[in-house]
Structure formats: C-alpha cells, structure tokens
Ligand binder design. Structure first.
Ligand SMILES: [Zn+2]
Ligand SMILES: [Zn+2]
Length: 484
C-alpha cells in the first residue's frame, strides 16, 4: 500500500522529459498553508501527454539492480520479519503478549484503514481532533510512510488506476503491486494528485514533522513497553507485538493493492482490476470490497451489506455514535444499485448471446396463402400467429402425437395452438418459434403480440444501439414495413 519509511522528497529527475508546468509543491513547515492544488494547471490530456512524452527510466536489469533498490524500504521489509522469525524460534510466546499483539495489530491496522485511507486519502468522514491524533499515532505504528505521502500515492492510484501513472499498477503483476513498487525505484513518477487539503491539517503537519520519532515510538517502543510494564515480557513485547505484529500489518494492508486487484468478483464495474472478496476483507481489516471502493471511493463503507466483514466501517460508525466522528459519507443507494444492475445485465447478455434464437423477423420471406398451400404439399408447413413453420423434424417428437400436427399441415393452427386444442407451454412456444421459415402475407392481423413474440424474447437484454432491431417490440408495431 505504501512505502515503508518516509524519506525526503524525491529530487527532480533530470533523466526525464519535463512534465507540464505545475505549481511547485511547498517543502514543509510554514508555507504548507499556502500550497496550491497540485493539479490546478494540468492540461486536459494530461494522462496521454505524460505517458507519451515523459520518458521512462531504462528497465531494471541484473547489471543496474543495485542502483535501483530503495534500500530503506527493503531493509524495513526484511529486518522486521527476520526479527519476528528469530523471536518465534527463540522467545517463549506468552498468552498476554499474544493477545496484546493481536489487539495492537487491529489498532495499527485501523490507523491505516480508518485513518490514512478512509479519513485522509478519501475524506469519507470528519474526525474530531482526539480521534485524528489517535488514528495518526496508530497509523504511525504501522510504519507505512507519513499520512501526506501515503495519501498522495493512494489518490494517484485511484485517479490513474491500472495505468502507467498508477504507482501500484496491478497490470504489472501481483508482486509489483504488493511490494515491488516500494522496493524498486519506479520507472515513472506517479501521476499528479492533489493533497493540498491535507497540508492544512494540523495533525498531518505534526506527524510529517516528527515522523521518524513516531514510527520508532509507535512501531516498536510502545508495544514493547506495554508488554514489559504490564506483565514483564519486554523481549516478547518487542519481537511479537513489535516486529511480528508489524510484519502482519504490512502484508495485510499491502494486500489492498495486490490481492484486492486480483482475487474475486467485480459486481459494480469491470472496467478496471479492483475486485471484491471476503478473504481479502478478512486479511485487510475490512478493505476487501475493493470493486465497490474504487467505484464509490468517498463512501465510508467498503462492505455495504451488514453481514460482510468490514471492521473499519464498524469502527467509524462507533466513533460517530460516540460523537467523535461525523458527516459519514454514503453514495446514494440508487446509484450503487445501477452499477450492480449494469453488471448483472452484462452477465445475462453473455448468457443470451450464446443461445440460439428464432430467426429475425426481417430475415424471413413473406409468402402468400396460395404459395403456402402449394409448398405445404411438399413439406410439412403449419401457420401459427402469422408465421409459417416447418415442422418436419418435429412430427415424431410432438408430445401430443404426430396426427395432431399432420392435421394442420397447410392450415392455420393459431387457435388450436393457443388453447383451442391444448394451451401450449411457454417452452413449446419458444421451440415453435425456432421452426419459423416465413411470414404469411396478411396473416398477422389477428396475431396479438403475445402470440407472435415467443415468451423467451419478450424481455431481452438489448444495447442502446439495438433498440430498433427485431429484438424490440417497437419493430412489431411498425407492422406495415415488416409484414407488408
Ligand atoms: Zn485499489
Ligand atoms: Zn482508496
């Protein structure tokens, strides 16, 4: 999800073509308040322009690998799990420390999900000062960079999802979006995303200023001291509640960039890679409904159904019940349902497209009664609801017996078919429509639409540009043109 340790601002790259003129970002401290939105002067064709004109760094090879490693990230991401593994092999795990590690995992995880992600990156609710400081400290304990740095990358991820300007571009593979983008120097700068609103926040500025101290205190010192003073387990506190817990928090939140773009369904939109899955939700403190999240990023929820696992949502809701949070944003349910319906229709359309349907009305020849009678002498033709059907391959299959069909060869069986002899099932009507070979000239006047259109074709999935085709009943009202 983010780089592990906040470093100083990357120096401008001299090896890349210049980006369009942008307001230079303020450094730090006093002038933050006056910072202009970073995207205020962006040209309309920013994405295409940048991808075309901004040269990428040369590909990483074995020869240039060492120069392209982000060493601080790599060290944090390797030393932390090494301490955890050493601890598991050499330090007795006390149950108090075990419980504390899990509790602290959720606290620091929520610092990222409820704090960094939903509060600061997406502004999906307002938090009171005490809650902001709590989330800031908890998030610092997850050691994933400062709020400002993290939110800047995450906003770029949402704005340029799956493109070269997305810092965790899922098209570059699972491991790239999980950790690769932090360990290796990116070939291209992330797309511009504005975080000037965060620069105005006292809490964000305070964290940015004391960031190194905060990660040492919240990441390692505090969990160690709690276990040490609480039940005398200093070493256990350090290796389990500190290092092992941090390793889990890292990989669990990194899964939002990797697993959540790789595993599961896309019930709201399939334009991009984000997906919904319960397993992702379980390992990410509730950030697993990522397809919903990318569609409705300012919604304070990830899971919209009560039974789906989203402890971050429950936490924010509880904070609002306690008066510590307010203005919880929810996307209108009507619009959420539109997304779902679109995807459902898309799937139904796929099913519809692989089925065989009755011939299009416009493709059938129009035949006179005389010609119909004449041709019926050579092949078993029967008229039903203005259509001429060839029942040759059905004579022996007819459940009512061959004789009931042969009786109507060369005749109009409309009344008999629709209840005069037997009120046929919808399935029978569907099957009958498959035998259509022509339209009887002038034979359709009495044919009501519900008799002419097979039941399976009365409600169909049609694209906007197909509305005037034979799929649509409006074509039938224009009977003159079709039926002459
Ligand atoms: Zn995403
Ligand atoms: Zn997000």
């Amino acid at each position: 999800m983010s780089e592990v340790v906040q470093t100083r601002k990357t120096p401008p790259r001299t090896d890349m073509a210049p980006t369009p003129p942008l307001t230079p970002p303020a450094k730090n401290g006093k002038d933050w308040k006056d910072e202009q939105p970073a995207d205020i002067n962006l040209p309309d064709n920013y994405v295409a322009w940048t991808i075309k004109n901004q040269k990428e760094l040369p590909p990483i090879t074995l020869q240039n690998l060492l120069q392209n490693i982000q060493w601080i990230s790599l060290l944090v991401l390797t030393i932390t799990p090494s301490i955890a593994i050493w601890g598991l092999l050499n330090v007795k795990l006390r149950w108090e420390t075990f419980v504390w590690s899990i509790v602290y995992y959720f606290i620091t995880g929520l610092g990222i999900t409820a704090g960094y992600h939903r509060l600061w990156a997406h502004r999906s609710y307002n938090a009171s000062k005490p809650l902001q400081y709590f989330l800031c400290l908890a998030g610092s304990g997850a050691v994933e960079g400062s709020i400002k740095w993290w939110s800047r990358g995450h906003r770029a991820h949402h704005r340029y999802t799956d493109t070269e300007l997305d810092p965790y571009n899922a098209h570059k593979g699972f491991w790239w979006s999980h950790v690769g983008w932090m360990i290796l120097k990116p070939r291209r700068k992330p797309g511009v995303a504005d975080v000037s609103d965060l620069s105005k926040s006292e809490v964000v500025r305070w964290q940015h200023r004391w960031y190194i101290w905060l990660i040492l205190i919240c990441g390692f010192l505090f969990p160690t001291v709690v276990a040490g003073l609480g039940w005398g387990d200093w070493l256990g506190g350090f290796v389990f509640a500190g290092a092992a817990r941090l390793t889990f928090v890292h990989h669990s939140t990194f899964c939002v960039n990797s697993l959540a773009h790789w595993l599961g369904e896309r019930p709201f939109d399939d334009k991009h890679t984000p997906r919904d899955h319960m397993i992702t939700a379980l390992v990410t403190v509730g950030e697993g409904y990522h397809n919903f999240h990318h569609q409705f990023p300012m919604d304070y929820r990830n899971a919209i159904k009560w039974y789906q696992y989203d402890p971050t949502k429950w936490f924010i809701w509880t904070m609002s019940s306690l008066g510590l949070a307010s203005h919880l944003k929810q996307f209108p349910d009507n619009e959420v349902k539109k997304g779902q319906l679109t995807m459902q229709l898309k799937r139904l359309r796929e099913t519809q497209d692989v089925l065989a349907w009755a011939p299009e009305v416009a493709e059938l020849p129009i035949i006179s009664w005389e010609s119909f009678e004449e041709q019926s002498a050579k092949r078993p033709l029967i008229v039903v609801a203005g259509f001429i059907h060839d029942v040759a391959d059905f004579l022996d299959e007819h459940p009512g017996g061959r004789h009931l069909l042969t009786k109507f060869i060369g005749k109009d069986a409309t009344t008999a078919f629709f209840g005069g002899v037997y009120d046929h099932s919808n399935a029978a009507h569907n099957l009958l429509s498959m035998k259509r070979v022509g339209i009887l000239h002038g034979g359709h006047q009495h044919g009501l639409q519900d008799k002419a259109i097979p039941p399976s074709q009365r409600l169909r999935v049609a694209r906007y540009n197909e509305m005037g085709s034979g799929y649509n009943s409006s074509a039938w009202s224009d009977g003159e043109g079709l039926l002459g």
